[in-house]
Design a protein around this ligand. Structure first.
Ligand code: MBD
Ligand code: FE
Length: 295
């Protein structure tokens, strides 16, 4: 018969020309970077659908997962970020960003993913103070953490660097996840002194499961994966004139050190908690120096 070609037929959309048509719908005012990123995304999404012969029902599972992550993303819970984390995406972009920022042969302190539980405006505290609220964390191992922030290229100490720290309570929860913890428990911002030095009291953290009562948990279950992270402490180190560093350090003795559910561990960020005697405020000592690169 004389049936005309249907431009939006299924056959047509299997064809790579369909993908080109979608990309070419981009208007002239899109910035080059937006154009590049969306073209790449469309290409990979279309290839993904074609290669796997993705059905409408399967695609809708993904849509519902994204919608559920959106509904669950509050100031207390970045579920969208958590979904990215279990898929390794935050770790991958962290690595790419670090590579782009590292120019010299010598390298500043390795970065690691921010994760969903950072909070702005942690209390500014003087060096030597304690971020542990006695009311709720009596059972944790007290730790004295101390060290310096310095310029990796010159070795010079950096005065006035801010060490922003956060970690979970012994029950495996960050304070904003847990109504029983006081506001900003286990968080603090410390400023380095003349020799670049900082110090504070915290806890030796424990391994803990990432929240698995939402879409990230559903994905982990479908993949037959566990939700645990090795014991870690988060940092954001900033100093005027230097590139900020988002990182984490990991307890060498922790379970899951080789099997992090969000793929964040790097060898250079594995640390040893040392038995500490003679200070009634701490059972462990944790020395750690941060090295920043100037702009
Ligand atoms: C966390 O505590 C975390 O640090 C990351 C990166 C992801 C999920 C939970
Ligand atoms: Fe964390």
């Amino acid at each position: 018969s004389h049936a005309p070609a249907v431009p939006n037929s299924k056959e047509h959309k299997y064809n790579p020309e369909f993908t080109a048509a979608v990309i070419n719908a981009t208007g002239p005012k899109a910035t080059p970077r937006v154009r590049q990123l969306t073209a790449g995304l469309i290409n990979h999404l279309h290839d993904f659908a074609r290669e796997n012969e993705l059905t409408v029902d399967e695609w809708m599972v993904g849509v519902e997962l994204m919608n559920a992550a959106g509904r669950m993303s509050t100031d207390k819970r970045n579920e969208g970020q958590l979904v990215c984390d279990i898929l390794g995406l935050e770790s991958l972009v962290d690595e790419i960003t670090y590579k782009l920022a590292s120019t010299a042969a010598d390298e500043p302190t390795a970065t690691a993913i921010l994760g969903p539980f950072y909070r702005h405006n942690a209390p500014r505290l003087p060096n030597g103070s304690c971020i542990v609220s006695d009311a709720v964390n009596a059972q944790g191992d007290r730790t004295w953490m101390h060290g310096t922030v310095s310029d990796f290229a010159t070795g010079n100490p950096i005065e006035g660097a801010v060490v922003d720290v956060w970690h979970t309570a012994p029950n495996g929860l960050y304070e904003q996840q847990d109504p029983d913890q006081p506001e900003m428990n286990l968080r603090g911002r410390f400023t380095t002194g003349k020799g670049g030095e900082y110090d504070f009291y915290c806890l030796r953290p424990v391994p803990y499961p990432i929240p698995f009562d939402g879409p990230a948990g559903k994905v982990l279950q479908a993949l037959d994966r566990h939700p645990f992270r090795p014991a870690h402490i988060h940092f954001l180190i900033t100093a005027p004139g230097y590139k900020p560093i988002v990182t984490q350090i990991f307890d060498r003795k922790s379970k899951y050190i080789d099997d992090d559910s969000v793929f964040a561990v790097k060898d250079s960020l594995i640390v040893d908690f040392l038995p500490f005697h003679g200070d009634p405020r701490a059972d462990f000592e944790l020395p750690y120096d941060f090295k920043l690169a100037s702009f």
